[in-house]
Write a protein that binds this ligand. Sequence first.
Ligand code: 5GP
Length: 209
Amino acid sequence: MNKPQGILLVLSGPSGAGKGTICGRLLEKRDHMAYSVSCTTREPRKGEVDGKNYFFKTREEFEEMIKNGGLLEHASVYGNYYGTPRQYVLDKLNEGLDVVLEIDPQGALQVKKSYPDGVFVFIVPPSLDELSKRIYKRGTDAVDVIKRRLSAATSELAYASKYDYIVVNDEVERATDKVSKIIDVEHLKVGRTYYIVDEICQQKTTEQD
Ligand code: 5GP
């Protein structure tokens, strides 16, 4: 058995749950990890950089990517398209890097179908009150957008049961450590580590020869 690919880590959770911050901390703290920059048709927020936060696309460009099979998954969220560029993710996994996707549940379910070996983690806020505070504090969205995101939060929470793990983000470092431990444990699963046993057995037979 050859050395396994990296882990495809899918993080979802309602807007304001803190997925982005946790992703950022994971990338700072862990080696061999890559972030998949998504494509979107939504307008850039203040401070967002094309190619870093998102690849900002027109609807026509996005639809062309769907047609060409360039996206691993895509979904319409709050009236805009969002999607994961396929090739980047596959390349990084083949290089043995763990790849993190920060995507909504519709997209996560598509990934689960096409890539069942992925690890699916749902981030929840400690309460809806806290979620509301965080979204207002972030101050990056218009009030009507905020209201829409808050009302979507409850229906989004219903998807949590489809995931492998639930992590409460009451405190960023604690939540990041939990996700990091999940990645560590997933790396130890037999399907990913059996090659070590193969290598050991190989050594034994060579020594005995
Ligand atoms: P935001 O506009 O706040 O950056 O993102 C809105 C929602 O879209 C979030 O739940 C975010 O996780 C999700 N999202 C971001 N990128 C993707 C993607 O590539 N695919 C899907 N399906 N959802 C995404």
